[in-house]
Design a protein. Structure first.
Lengths: 274, 327, 252
């Protein structure tokens, strides 16, 4: 995957040692990876989501960059020599940029904790910052190794989000949960990827811990379920925790923060908030 | 007449029980009803009392409201095409509800949600009566309904798009099509007071609506106070549609289908149709809500999808039948 | 005591005066025909007298509370509006509305009144039929029956016989006459001057924005008034078979 992106951009790169000098990132996750690894002045724009503290772990840092909304026209006018996007970025926009002669590197989303290291290395490769990347990977793996201790009693936890959506083991959030020493109720109930877990199924499964997302401002019917009496009853007297989207939407080293928070919640026992 | 009422009441009771005993969690009917009544505090009781009971109650309450208001509007306008969803009243109620949620009013003051939806519905009814006139001709009624629905839908969409909440923007479908998924007793408590007030206002209209069969002049000469009747109709409709839409979104066609099916069975008398449509509406929404859980349990199929599948063809048939009256 | 007394009644509709200073009274035992050319304001006069539209002047009925008025006078509007396919019997029973307290169902007495009225209007055989499926004339009779079921001292009817066949026209006028014999009265607007002359005890002629004449048919239907108000000539004579009136020619 890395190489697909790298191979694409190879002919368009300037002669200076294959290192792009004007890089635009258009995806929340690549934004954060790029900000972590880019050299001084190398990254010229990140997406507007990167500056939103609700979704981004690096909102503060992102404010230093001009923000883009991922539209081909505005990106072209920035005259980038590399655009970094995710597999989820609109195909039409990327095709347009390629037709305009701008190289595009496409990243796959991370679904395991090991993927985070891969993405860091991939980002290092496309930015020509492999040493910095290797250093970041080493730090990340050391911290991750320290966190992964054997847990005798793994509590059964359910991840429960707006609209009653749950995530199973085969997602980054599910992996974070496993790493923090929990078993995932969604996988037990047959949702290994994720899906809508009916409230009554959740209630009858009686998880030891209920981990919810944090509500956004403005209110929505989708999030009302997190205040449903049943959800409240499930939270009371049990392990509980909430994790902000910014901690685990993206496969960046910040996922370790989510792992740590969940470990603290598990160790604190019922009633204590992380 | 009494036999019809008993049959309808029996149907509602049976569907209510079915609604209580059906759900994604696999629990036997006897076991679930025992858990509902005994209340041992276990997870099963939680499921029965906090998930299934409010859902069944809301389905019956909202269905009764829609049937009743449909029958009342039809009686008043003397037009079988009048229905809160089609004439845009549900749409304006949804707009009020969305405004209450997005301005934060409902968070600071719980009754703010149904009251704003009531205000929206009130605006919708007043507008439709203004546009359609005392005797709503089919054409003006349908055109005014389209215009009001479109405007209310666009404004609702705009408010949701402007929301800082990423989920809000995706909820247009809920407000347009309605759903009873994941409602709680708190929603029952929010909707019930206004709905009950609306029911009282609407069921007292029977005699006046009967008299209106002969036109406004004849009704007035028979001692009916039309201005009082109109006021009760407007307030009653706004109360029941507003409260229902605030907690479950706009569910269309119930107020069209139910009175149409029951009219021949009550000798076409508007007063009897009110009661029958209340029961029939409760049965229809309970049945639709059971169906969405049986047909696609995973997908949160919207209630309005099912009611429209039944209602829209009937609506087309009625337009075909009444087109002769149209200019 | 008058069943209806109207004094100096004037109505202006959309800025146009319809009629001014109309005064008359209706006593028990009268069948009063309200005649006049199209647009003279016959319907408007009856609606104003009932208090259904705003008017200047005084009307004894308009001054009453709606429910009290509904027991004093019944009104059969000109528009034959029947919105729903109710049975004829149900339709006629609507006339009992003012006599029922809130929430009360019709009593045996109410049913007896309806029964009498159905028989009187020759509707007994049609009682179970949907009123909307009747012919125009049958509907008119059902609506008259509805007004009669209100069982009031006074009946106001706007062109009740317009769509009836000759036999039913005559029998309907006889019905009004029978009411008068019972000590009640009727105010009936009509265009058929022949039937008016034969069956009404009194005629009120409305035209030229005012009440032109009020009195027995023979006194009202003079050649001069027929020419001036209606623009027609007519033959009118008292025969062995009663008064006979036949319009002949148009003058203008």
């Amino acid at each position: 995957m890395i190489l697909a992106g790298a191979a694409l951009l190879a002919p368009a790169l300037p002669a200076t040692a294959g290192r792009p000098e004007r890089v635009v990132s258009v995806n929340l996750c690549t934004d954060q990876l790029a900000m972590l690894l880019a050299g001084e002045g190398q990254l010229i724009s990140v997406s507007f989501l990167a500056a939103d503290p609700r979704s981004s772990a690096m909102a503060e840092a992102a404010r230093a960059y001009p923000l883009n909304r991922g539209r081909a026209e505005e990106i072209y006018l920035m005259r980038p020599d590399l655009v970094i996007a995710s597999r989820f970025t609109g195909g039409a926009t990327l095709d347009m940029l390629r037709r305009l002669g701008i190289p595009v590197a496409v990243f796959d989303p991370a679904v395991t904790l090991a993927d985070v290291g891969d993405r860091l290395r991939q980002m290092g490769a496309v930015l020509g910052r492999t040493e910095r990347a290797a250093q970041a990977v080493a730090e990340y793996e050391a911290r991750l190794g320290a966190l992964q201790a054997e847990v005798a009693q793994r509590p059964r936890a359910a991840l429960y989000f707006a609209n009653g959506y749950t995530l199973g083991d085969r997602t980054l959030a599910g992996q974070i949960l496993l790493a923090a020493g929990f078993d995932n109720l969604a996988t037990e109930a047959g949702y290994s990827h994720g899906g809508t877990l009916p409230l009554e199924v959740l209630a009858l499964a009686a998880p030891d811990a209920l981990i919810t997302g944090r509500p956004y401002p403005g209110g929505s019917r989708a999030e009302e379920i997190l205040e449903h009496p049943v959800v409240r009853a499930l939270r009371a007297g049990r392990l509980r925790g909430s994790v902000a989207d910014s901690d685990w939407i993206c496969g960046t080293p910040f996922v370790l923060g989510a792992v740590e928070r969940l470990i603290r919640a598990r160790e604190a026992g019922p009633e204590a908030r992380p | 007449m009494i036999r019809l009422m008993l049959i309808l009441a029996g149907l509602v009771a049976a569907l209510f029980l079915a609604s209580l005993t059906l759900g994604p969690a696999d629990i036997g009917p006897g076991e679930s009803l025992r858990a509902l009544l005994s209340g041992d505090g276990g997870p099963l009781t939680l499921v029965m009392r906090e998930i299934r009971l409010p859902r069944a109650l809301l389905a019956a309450m909202i269905g009764a409201s829609l049937g009743l208001s449909g029958a009342a509007l039809q009686g008043y306008l003397r037009n079988p095409l009048a229905e809160p969803g089609l004439i845009g009243v549900s749409g304006t109620a949804a707009l009020g509800a969305v405004l209450a949620i997005q301005t934060g009013l409902s968070a600071t003051f719980a009754l703010g949600l149904p009251l704003m939806a009531l205000a929206g519905a009130l605006g919708g009814v007043l507008l439709i009566l203004l546009l359609a006139g005392p005797r709503g001709s089919s054409l003006t009624l349908i055109l005014a309904g389209i215009a009001i629905s479109a405007l209310a839908g666009a404004l609702t969409s705009l408010v949701l798009n402007l929301s800082p909440n990423p989920f809000a923007a995706t909820e247009m479908m809920f407000w347009m099509m309605g759903s009873l998924a994941d409602r709680s007793m708190a929603h029952v408590a929010l909707a019930l007071p206004l709905m009950a007030l609306g029911w009282v206002l609407l069921v007292t209209l029977g005699r006046g609506l009967d008299a209106l069969t002969l036109g406004e002049d004849a009704a007035q000469a028979m001692g009916i106070r039309l201005s009082r009747l109109r006021l009760a109709l407007i307030l009653g409709t706004a109360c029941v549609v507003g409260a229902g839409t605030a907690v479950a979104g706009a569910i269309g066609f119930v107020g069209l289908v139910v009175p149409h099916l029951l009219r021949p069975l009550v000798g076409a008398r508007p007063s009897r149709l009110l009661w029958a449509s209340g029961l029939g509406g409760a049965a229809m929404v309970l049945a639709a809500d059971i169906a969405v859980r049986l047909v696609m349990p995973e997908r949160d199929l919207k209630l309005g999808v099912l009611t429209a599948l039944v209602g829209a063809p009937l609506f087309l048939h009625l337009i075909y039948k009444t087109r002769r009256d149209m200019p | 005591m008058s069943l209806l007394s109207v004094q100096n009644l004037s109505v202006t509709l959309r800025g146009r005066p319809v009629f001014r200073d109309v005064s008359f009274a209706i006593e028990p035992g009268e069948v009063v025909g309200l005649i006049g050319p199209n647009g003279a304001g016959k319907t408007t006069l009856m609606r104003a007298a009932l208090g259904l539209i705003p008017a200047e002047g005084r009307s004894s009925l308009a001054a009453l509370e709606p429910r009290v008025r509904a027991k004093a006078a019944a009104w059969m509007p000109q528009s034959r509006e029947i919105a729903w396919p109710v049975s004829v019997e149900t339709l006629v029973m609507l006339g009992r509305t003012p006599h029922l307290a809130a929430g009360q169902s019709p009593s045996d007495a109410d049913r007896a009144v309806v029964e009498t009225v159905l028989a009187r209007m020759g509707l007994t055989g049609l009682r179970a039929r949907a009123a909307t499926r009747l012919s125009g004339g049958e509907q008119a009779r059902a609506l008259i029956a509805r007004a009669l079921a209100q069982d009031t001292p006074l009946v106001l009817a706007d062109e009740p016989i317009a769509s009836l066949d000759p036999a039913h026209q005559i029998s309907t006028m006889r019905t009004f006459a029978a009411l008068a014999e019972e000590g009640r009265a009727a105010l009936v607007s009509m265009h058929d001057l022949g039937l008016a002359a034969r069956h009404c005890t009194r005629l009120i002629l409305l035209g030229e924005g005012r009440l032109v004449a009020d009195g027995p048919p023979g006194a009202v239907l003079t050649a001069e008034r027929l020419a001036r108000v209606f623009g027609i000539t007519a033959w009118f004579s008292q025969t062995d078979d009663g008064p006979v009136f036949q319009p002949l020619e148009v003058l203008r």
